[in-house]
Design a protein around this ligand. Structure first.
Ligand SMILES: Cc1cn([C@H]2C[C@H](O)[C@@H](COP(=O)(O)OP(=O)(O)O[C@H]3O[C@H](C)C(=O)[C@H](O)[C@H]3O)O2)c(=O)[nH]c1=O
Length: 189
């Protein structure tokens, strides 16, 4: 498992080693022992999966507030996404900054997004299937969202935001400046 850091502390790209033979490929998509060896102590309790039929579908930017905050490990089973994390921790030197990674069934890359970050993605192929592990259980009452195309975030989704396929919830999401973050940044020891 290779680890590549991003511009956001704790948001990392993980690429599992694949084993090829005449039949195809095999890889371990997640291994707690390997994660610990990489210094990642996150453990997961819930697997999610979504399929989005149209390219240009945007899901996000979402979070769950404490005590139900979720770290996520995102990968693509079919198709391709631009996966995005936004630092949502009050006091963080990178508050409101974003980092993205292209995840696809082809490149096997995964994005680890710690609790305290907004998460969203845009699909870049038809019938894109996304699977992600969550470090806490779904808690509808703790859900929150921020507008994906908030000009203060300046995320380059690679699409015209006016053409995005959105849920009603995401279409009505507030701007970052209209949202009180429930997360606080803690300086590393
Ligand atoms: C997230 C979730 C949803 N649901 C139910 C609630 C709704 O009736 C239905 C669709 O939920 P939603 O529209 O929130 O799904 P997405 O827009 O894909 O949201 C997800 O996409 C972004 C990218 C995320 O990171 C979050 O995991 C999550 O917010 O599934 C559940 O039953 N369990 C769950 O864990």
């Amino acid at each position: 498992m290779e680890l590549e850091k991003t511009t956001l502390d704790g948001v990392v790209i993980l690429t599992p080693r694949a084993f090829a033979d005449d039949r195809g490929l095999f890889w371990e998509s997640w291994n707690l022992r390997q994660f610990k060896a990489l210094g990642i102590s996150t453990t997961f309790v819930q697997d999610n999966q979504s399929v989005s039929h149209l390219p240009g579908t945007v899901r996000g930017l979402h979070y769950q507030a404490p005590p139900h905050a979720q770290a996520k490990l995102v990968r693509v089973l079919a198709g391709e996404i631009l996966d995005v994390a936004v630092d949502f921790r009050k006091g963080s030197p990178t508050f409101g900054h974003w980092a993205g990674a292209v995840l696809s069934a082809e490149n096997r890359c995964q994005l680890l997004i710690p609790a305290g970050f907004l998460h969203g993605f845009v699909t870049r192929a038809p019938d894109t299937a996304v699977a992600y592990k969550c470090s806490d259980f779904y808690a509808r009452e703790a859900e929150g969202s921020v507008r994906f195309d908030d000009p203060d975030l300046g995320i380059d989704w690679g699409i015209d935001p006016k053409t995005a396929v959105l849920s009603d919830k995401d279409a009505a999401a507030p701007l970052l400046r209209e949202t009180e973050t429930p997360f606080a940044w803690e300086a590393p020891e």
